[in-house]
Design a protein around this ligand. Structure first.
Ligand code: PLP
Length: 383
């Protein structure tokens, strides 16, 4: 650190230099991310509440009120209005909170959690931090969790089962209804990770698409992760954790002696209220109709992309149900395809199981980008 500061003008110039090295969502070239351009309505709200700290919410009563309204609106979207929860940093914090609630709500020694083999790596972090044994259930031929494999893994040490509504790598929806029945029978906490699908599945359903149930309308579902900073178009970092019952939240309470609040439930202490403000503004601005339009638009681009990929001579891993397409090739190595796409300026990502190129069709990915992309794919295939 230098002794003397520099001028605002110099800072601005330096910042621009850094920024020039960053990719932008707006370019349409980021094809492997679940984040997107934050919407201007959310950004405005975010800026207004930059100094608000929900970790000391007695000082920010307006923001606290907004958070309650946001949780209620998300509950309404997810099949149950009288839910509780928080707006937090993202899917990772939400999943850790859910696993902590599941563990603390039981009195089980040497606790275990059962997650699909396709689960996000945040569950590995959760297991490590919370001293939980992670048991991975097998997938069926469509890469959904195999409920029989879950059944086989259940023991008197199981504190939670996890199902995924929109897997990170393939966008697949697990059979949550069957998991819900199983968990009710076995009296086990069921967490649904809808970090990605939570802002899409309900709206595609409202638009007439037939997608499986995944939410609190299923009695066995105890908690849901839903990330506004993914398909909700909120700025980073904005996650959501929703619990069916207040007792789950209470099980993860920590006393906070010197603050205006007596207790805290989240992993982070100081917690931005800006994310809550952005989510509140976006939910109000778009309403269900607006989000339906966004989800439908993404699916149209997804279906066009999937057709283009097939026509270019590549194989889809699964027919997309959500806005994610994964593919491989009989002739060309995945790494070679990734390198060649990179040379053309495309940033794609690679899934681990099955190994495939993975394109997330977020709202910043438009038809014109997909047309250019599939043209490049055809050229790669023809080489
Ligand atoms: N859960 C799922 C299904 C995800 O796809 C992701 C991230 O892509 C996460 C959790 C973790 O979310 P975050 O990166 O916001 O912590």
């Amino acid at each position: 650190m230098d002794k003397k500061g520099i001028t605002k003008q110099e800072i601005s110039e330096k910042l621009k230099e850094f920024k020039e090295e960053d990719m932008t969502y707006r370019s349409g070239r980021i094809l492997g991310s679940m984040c997107t351009c934050p919407h201007e309505v959310g950004l405005e709200a975010y800026k207004m509440f930059l100094e608000s700290n929900l970790g000391d919410s007695g000082l920010f009563k307006g923001t606290r009120k907004m958070e309650k309204e946001v949780i209620q609106m998300l509950g309404n979207l997810l099949g149950k209005e009288d839910v509780c929860g928080h707006i937090i940093t993202g899917g990772t914090e939400a999943n850790i909170m859910a696993m902590r609630a599941a563990r603390n709500s039981s009195n089980i020694k040497d606790p275990e959690i059962i997650v699909p083999k396709s689960a996000h790596f945040s569950f590995k972090k959760a297991a490590d931090m919370l001293c939980l044994k992670l048991r991975e259930a097998e997938l069926d031929e469509n890469y959904r969790v195999d409920v029989n494999s879950v059944k086989e893994l259940i023991s008197d040490k199981t504190v939670a089962v996890v199902g995924i509504a929109g897997t990170t790598e393939l966008g697949v929806i697990d059979p949550i209804e069957e998991l819900s029945k199983l968990c009710l029978e076995e009296n086990i906490y069921l967490h649904v990770d809808a970090a990605f699908g939570g802002f899409t599945i309900p709206f595609l359903g409202l638009s007439g698409r037939n997608l499986p149930k995944f939410d609190f309308s299923l009695e066995g579902v105890s908690s849901i992760t839903i990330d506004p900073h993914k398909m909700g178009l909120a700025p980073i970092p904005t996650g959501g954790i929703i619990f069916r019952d207040r007792s789950y939240l209470e099980s993860i309470s920590t006393e906070t002696p010197y603050l205006t609040d007596k207790e805290q439930f989240t992993i982070v202490g100081t917690r931005t209220g800006a994310s809550t403000a952005a989510t509140w503004a976006l939910l109000k601005y778009f309403g269900k109709d607006g989000y339906c339009k966004i989800a439908k638009g993404c699916m149209e681009v997804t279906e066009y992309l999937a057709e283009g990929i097939k026509k270019s001579g590549f194989n889809l891993m699964v027919e997309p149900k959500l806005n994610l397409v994964a593919f491989d090739s009989n002739e060309i190595e995945i790494d070679t395809i990734v390198d060649e796409l990179k040379e053309e300026g495309w940033a794609v990502s690679v899934s681990s199981y099955p190994r495939a190129i993975r394109i997330v069709v977020m709202p910043h990915v438009k038809m014109e980008h997909v047309k250019e992309f599939t043209d490049d794919l055809s050229k790669i295939h023809a080489k």
